[in-house]
Structures are given as C-alpha cells and as structure tokens.
Design a protein around this ligand. Structure first.
Ligand code: ATP
Length: 634
C-alpha cells in the first residue's frame, strides 16, 4: 500500500505562522498568509523574479523616512550596502507610492520624507502665547457655532459594534486568538430625580434596605431616603407589618428628638417603598467608634442622655414604646440634636390600657431587659423596656462596655437574667452616675424608674460645662466624617453649566450660554423649583400669580405634579415664576416612575445671554442652600 505523498501531508512549515517573514512579497512586508509558503516556494519565487527582471524592493538603499542630514552623514558608515544612491525625485515618488500602498492610504496623502521640496515649510516662527490663545478662542467660537448634533457620539448600534470589533481584531492580527469583543463603555452616571428628589450615595445600610442621601429639589434640603424592596420585605418575618407599623407611628410623632418622617411613597414598577427622613450626619454609635477608647466623656454622655430622655418622655406620653433603644438608633442632626430613629419594632400601646403592657419581644439582645429574655413573665412593660435599654446605652457611652456580655446568645440571656450588675472598672464614675445606672438596670421592672423619675434624678439635673458637653463632638463632626454624597449627581447636572466668557472678533467680551443648558432640562434653574423661593431677596418683587408660575413637570400622562403633594414637605409658598427670559420647563417625563430622563427646555438663545449673572449667583447659592440645610428641629 502506497503511503501518502510528502506533498499532501501538512508540514510544520505549512502551518500558519504568527510571525512575519522578511520580504516575501513585493511590498517587503509579509502577511501571515505569505508566511505560510515554505522555503521551497520562496526559492521558486526568487527565481521567477529574477527571470522577469523585476526590480527587487531592496534596490533602494535610501530609507525614505530617514531625515537625511549631511551633518550626521558619518553615522551611516557601517552600512555594508555601499554608498547611498543620489536622491532623485523619481526615487522619492516611488517610495511615497510604495509606503502609501503599504499603509493602505491613498497615494495622494502627503508624507514626511525629510527635506523634500514639496514639503510644507516648517520653518514657521513659533506662535507667541498670545497668538496661541487667540487661535484657540477663534476655534472655540467656530466650534460653538456648529449645531450640537455635530458633537453627539454615534449611536451605539450593532453596526458600530461590529465595525469596532473588526478594527480591533485586524489591528491584533499577530495574535488572532486574542479576540476582543467590544462592549460599550460605561456611560457617566446621569443625575437621577425621582419624585422630586435628586439622588445621591448610600449613607447607611440596615436589615430592611439601604439609606441614601437625597436633596429635595423643592426645598433644597438634604434628606435621607430609606429604600426597601418588596421582595426583601416579603422575606423578613413580619417585614411588611413592621414597616407599616413604623410608618403609622412615625406619622403621628413630631418632636425635636425623634427623627422626622417627611413622606412615604412607593413605586410598584420598581418594586420599592421609599421613606424620606430628615437628614442626620451620623449616629451616637459612630461617635463611640470614632473614639480610640471606644467611649465618650462623661459630659458628652450626659448631653446625649438628656436628649434621649426628652425623646423618650415624648414617646411615652404618646403611648409609644420604642423597644430598640441603642447608640446605633440615636442619630445626630447637623445641629447636634439627638434623634431617636428606627421604629421598626416600636409598639403603640392601647389607649385603654392602664400600663405599658406589651407581648411582642423584639430588640437587640445586649440591650434587652431580663423580663424579655429570661424568666417566666406573662407580660412586660414596654416603657420599662426602654428605660433598661437607656441604662445599657448610658453604661456603654461612658465605659465602652456592656453590663452583660457573652459570645453565645443563650449565655447572654442567662447572664442578663441572673448576674448582678457590675459597674465598669475602666472609668471612674461619680456616685450619682452609678446610682442612675443601677436604678435603670433594675432587674425587676416593677421597681425600675419610669422616665419622669429619671428626669428628676440628681445626675440628670447636673449641669456640665459647655466644653464637656456636645461642643467637642460638634467640632469633630463638623470636620465631616460623613462625606457629602451628592457631588456626582450635582456635577452631572451642573458640570459646565457656568456661563463662559470669550472674546469676539472685535475683542468684546461675549457671554456664551452653557451648551448643555440648552439641551438638558435638568440643568435649568427650574429643576430646583425651591431655588427661587429660597433665593428670593428683599426687593425682588411681588410673588407671582398662581396662573403664571413655573410649569410643573408632569409625573405621568395624567399630568400630576412631579412631586406628590405633601403638607410636610412642600414649600410654604408656591415657587414664583422664573424671571422673564429665564428658563421655563416644559418637560415631559417619559418614565412612569417620574425619573427625569431628558426633559426638553425651550429657551431662546438671546434670552439666555441676558441672565448670566443670575445663573452664576444661583449656582453658588445652590450649594450654600444645601449646606445651610434647615433642620426641622431648629
Ligand atoms: N435620617 C437619617 N439620616 C442619616 N442617616 C440615616 C438616617 N436614617 C438612617 N440612617 C443611616 O442608615 C442606617 C440604617 O438605618 P435604619 O436603622 O433606619 O435601617 P434599618 O433597616 O431599620 O436598620 P436595622 O437593621 O437597625 O433595623 C443607620 O444606621 C444610619 O447610619
């Protein structure tokens, strides 16, 4: 049987090569397919070329790209190819044509080959900085005159993606295994406005969901939005019930030491419930964590405890038992007011009950009293639960420790139920302070003091010098432990929104409107309707009539206002109409969830130029408004 002939068997030399071989083609550049030709073919080709007397590409021993300079002619003396041929016009033209072909560009394209006559004269005098500036300004003016569409990036179509894939993979012809698939680059985050709130970053996470910083665009006030997903609420035992109970309790409360619920809304299409709260800069737990010794000074603890008791006094007077008092649930507002938050397990005690009887045990184990976790109690008093938790909180603030600490939950409960309360040994406590702690941590809830007893205790009534109170904390918190998370959103809205001044042909200053302002409604002052209300100054004129106000952005096809009306959150007066010639929003919101995608703004160019100062003033004022951020307690 005859074996396969050697010509039909693929050899190593026939395999596709990833490397270039020199001068396999006329062009002097080998493609990978040319490289597949074996040495046998190469010899045959050479013979054929000789027969046809075709000039070899190596005949030209002048590198057309070499910028020949007589002064360094000596640097070529090592060249074994003999003296360089005189440069003639034909040689150079041939080189240009060949190079053009190699690079797949049109032969008409002018290439740099050194001191060639037809080259542009590059002996031009360098521009002075002033000339450069003028040229730059002139080009900017030209660019500005072009329609915006000229600068819009091409659409991210399938065809474009294919085109880019081809380009990238062709460029990577050396290694075709490295196939790259182009996927669109992440777009910069757009500012998001939902239900009249501009959304910022995450400032907290709880078991129910995330808490994000937002700005109320009507009142220019910082708020905190607790976002809860339906899905998660269904998974948490009693999740929906707890949230409903929290909402209904918080709605009825209004006290400087209770976190204020501004409004609640839910977006079924997103599957989320939103609770908007007054904004706080941190919690007492954050303060404790910031301290190297993990405890606060006696003065600071006293100041916080006082506020906690005022809040509890109000709550108990409203027949509400919080049942989860702890440093993590005591927030601090920007003016250092303590705010009790997280009413997820709070209980509204029946009006017809003579005491604070509760039956549902909830809360954080380390802060729970013996009657909830140990022993045989048929019921417990919700108010007294809060007093015990307040005692553990005070103990924790002054010492950084807990009265009962165990790793295993059952041991902890046993310890709470049976072990006597020991005073902390790492700090020295006054007699009054020890006494109030002991009373609060009374294991028998019948003899444990209620809130009015505590508020009459000598330690409660002790005055502490200012520098031992919240002054030090305020200084520390002011320096900003919690960053302002709104910057990216505000930047997305306002970047480049400042008016720009350029010089026209005659050297006159010309104020150009921010280009984005023309296109994106979200950049208009009307995006912050509260702006005009807050920034109104004496002498700005009478308030506008209601029929001439800012056109409210419709929430949906129904034409509802962008923000659901809420007696607590709406500005006290309707925003006045923008000044004549200023931006007026006629935006239409596409998404049903009222996300302002790309509202249209109608503005005459001439009108925009009339009010640059006002816009600049507004831009600064926005930030000052936010930082002034009125707290509801002040
Ligand atoms: N009004 C607010 N201002 C600023 N930050 C807040 C506000 N409300 C909550 N936070 C932050 O979000 C975190 C979680 O909030 P919250 O305790 O209300 O959520 P939760 O899901 O009920 O948590 P938990 O697991 O304690 O039940 C808080 O620890 C706090 O840091």
């Amino acid at each position: 049987m005859e074996g396969p002939s050697s010509s039909s068997v693929p050899t190593a030399s026939d395999a596709p090569s990833k490397y270039l071989l020199p001068s396999d083609s006329d062009d002097g550049i080998a493609t990978s397919s040319a490289a597949n030709v074996g040495a046998r073919n190469h010899v045959a080709n050479t013979e054929k070329m000789e027969k046809e007397k075709k000039p070899s590409p190596m005949v030209l021993n002048v590198d057309p790209d070499y910028d020949y300079d007589e002064e360094d002619g000596g640097s070529c003396e090592e060249d074994q190819r003999g003296p360089p041929a005189p440069i003639s016009r034909e040689i150079v033209d041939g080189a240009i044509a060949r190079r053009s072909r190699d690079r797949q560009i049109s032969p008409g394209v002018k290439m740099s080959i050194g001191n060639y006559d037809d080259m542009e004269d590059d002996d031009e005098e360098a521009e002075t900085p002033e000339e450069q500036k003028q040229r730059f300004l002139a080009s900017m003016k030209r660019i500005r005159k072009q329609p915006q569409e000229a600068f819009d990036p091409p659409e991210d179509t399938e065809a474009m993606r294919e085109f880019i894939n081809r380009q990238v993979n062709d460029a990577m012809m050396f290694n075709r295994d490295n196939h790259i698939d182009y996927s669109p680059v992440n777009k910069p985050k757009e500012a998001k406005i939902i239900e009249g709130y501009l959304w910022g970053g995450i400032i907290g996470t709880g078991s129910y969901g995330k808490v994000k910083e937002v700005i109320d665009i009507y009142t220019i006030t910082r708020r905190a939005a607790k976002i809860m997903k339906y899905e998660k609420l269904r998974k948490i035992p009693n999740g929906w019930d707890n949230i409903r109970s929290e909402m209904s309790i918080l709605r009825r409360l209004n006290h400087r030491n209770i976190v204020k619920l501004i409004e609640v809304f839910n977006l079924p299409e997103k599957g989320k419930v939103y609770m908007i709260f007054e904004y706080c800069i941190g919690s007492v737990q954050n303060l404790i964590d910031m301290e190297p010794a993990h405890r606060l000074s006696i003065g600071e603890s006293h100041a916080i405890f006082l506020e906690l008791c005022h809040g509890l006094n109000y709550l108990h007077s409203k027949r509400v038992s919080h049942k989860d008092i702890k440093p993590g649930n005591l927030l601090l507002s920007i003016d250092m007011t303590v705010k009790i938050c997280d009413f997820g397990v709070a209980e509204q005690i029946c009006l017809f009950q003579s005491d604070g009887r509760c039956t549902k045990v909830n809360g954080t184990p380390k802060f729970q009293p013996p009657e909830c976790v140990y022993g045989n109690h048929e019921y417990f008093d919700g108010y007294k639960v809060d007093m015990w938790s307040a005692g553990v909180t005070l103990y924790n603030m002054v010492s950084g420790k807990y009265p009962f600490e165990q790793q295993v939950l059952l041991r902890l409960y046993e310890s709470i139920g049976t072990n006597p309360v020991e005073m902390p040994t790492n700090v020295e406590l006054s007699k009054d302070l020890q006494d109030i702690i002991k009373r609060l941590l009374d294991k028998d809830f019948n003899t444990r003091p209620n809130i009015s007893d505590v508020m009459q205790h000598p330690w409660f009534q002790t005055g502490f010098p200012e520098d031992q109170g919240l002054g030090r904390i305020m200084e520390r918190m002011r320096t900003g432990d919690r960053p302002f998370t709104m910057y990216p959103s505000l930047q997305a809205m306002y970047d480049g929104a400042g008016s720009e001044v350029i010089l026209d042909e005659d050297g006159n200053e010309l104020v150009l409107p921010p280009p984005d302002l023309v296109k994106r409604g979200t950049l208009s002052l009307s995006s912050f309707p509260g702006f005009q209300t807050l920034e109104k100054r004496p002498g700005d004129g009478p308030p506008p009539s209601s029929d001439s106000g800012v056109v409210a952005a419709p929430d949906s096809a129904s034409g509802d206002p962008l923000r659901r009306p809420s007696s607590r959150s709406m500005p006290t007066s309707a925003p006045p109409r923008p000044p004549s010639g200023a931006v007026e929003v006629v935006e239409a919101v596409a998404a049903p969830e009222a996300v302002v995608e790309d509202p249209v703004v109608e503005e005459a160019p001439a009108q925009q130029q009339e009010a640059p100062d006002r816009r600049r003033r507004g831009k600064r004022s926005l930030f000052s408004c936010i930082f002034r951020s009125r707290t509801d307690s002040s």
